[in-house]
Ligand binder design. Sequence first.
Ligand SMILES: Cc1ncc(COP(=O)(O)O)c(C=O)c1O
Length: 404
Amino acid sequence: MSSSIAPYPAGIEALSDRASASPESGIVEVLNYGMGRQGIIPLWAGEGDIPTPAFICDAATAALAEGQTFYTYQRGIPPLRNALAEYTGWLYGTPNSFERFFVTGSGMQAIQTAILLTADPGDEIVYHAPAWPNLPAAAEIAGVTPVSVAMQFSETGWHLDLERVFAAVSARTKAICVNSPSNPTGWVMPKEDIGALLDFCRGRGIWIIADEVYCRFVYGDVRKGAHGRPLAPSFHDVITPEDRVLFVNTFSKNWAMTGWRIGWIEAPESIGIKLENLIQYSTSGVAAFMQQAALAAMQEGDEFAESVISDACRGRAIVSEGLRKSGRCRFAEPDGAFYAFFGIDGEPDTDKLGLRLVDEAGIGIAPGRAFGPEGAGYMRMCFVRRPAGLSDAMSRLNLWLAKR
Ligand SMILES: Cc1ncc(COP(=O)(O)O)c(C=O)c1O
């Protein structure tokens, strides 16, 4: 049938301003370029080389075999919410109501939901940078302006000046996002700053979005959590349950579940119904069989999580040694998370270096600018991997550097 109406083709220019402005991730650019290359050592993303352990996969397949294939609770299945409350109490020594916990389709979705909960289009959120790019991108897509506060690098590591954070706050600021331990810098917020930031926010009714997905990845002589092992200082240490603090977390890192896409938000009970609505109108909840797998991770996964943390400790030592040996890298051993964020003398422009290293050295590393302009001149390398691959990656990098 012919039509007299002129064709009205699709194309990026036909999209909403927010969709067409969505930035390409510089991490994904390298990943797409190098993924599947023969012999490449992929250190571009925040994940290790060990697949999810069998006991977690088995819990998912058992749930599927049992027929757990129906719609389920938007907030998450009650046993998992209970387990999350217990887990958090085990780490921080504070009793927790399961009503504070909401299962999400990844830590990423937890961030997106936290932004939607706290800020309207035209509002601002303040965050520190270099930063995991998904946070400011998610804000922009929601019509919220991300306002960055630059961190400073010195030979003792990355530092965030709280006064600069306070100065970045305007009448439109609805939330301050803190990612500690930080991806990509490895910075860990000191406990005095956590208290000071909470006081500041309480005084102004500003929300805190606390992304603590790396809370168990801390190194050196650090305080122990209630579980008796290293744990980063946390807003859990200072809040009351109804404080305006949203915690973002994930199953991805501790239990090698990056491909599963499951995480959680911890929030004041009083906003539960609205959080439930946002989940309903986005994913309508996480598949029940995946939640059973996450429950197995919570209940039986401590030994495995500790082995991932040990891998990260070993990886940090291998990568630090390799970078020092190069004699050309600007770098401080990170206090937390599992990334080396380093500059290379003689390579001031690292923007396309990630792609070149794929071709020329057989290693996959993300360019610093992927973490904002504040990361220009740096590279990020993930070190939560088995030692052999990491040692090989450092040899390849140093060989490549030696030729330059
Ligand atoms: C700082 C930070 N927050 C949140 C996430 C979200 O993780 P996921 O979406 O895999 O749950 C990541 C993943 O790399 C991260 O680095």
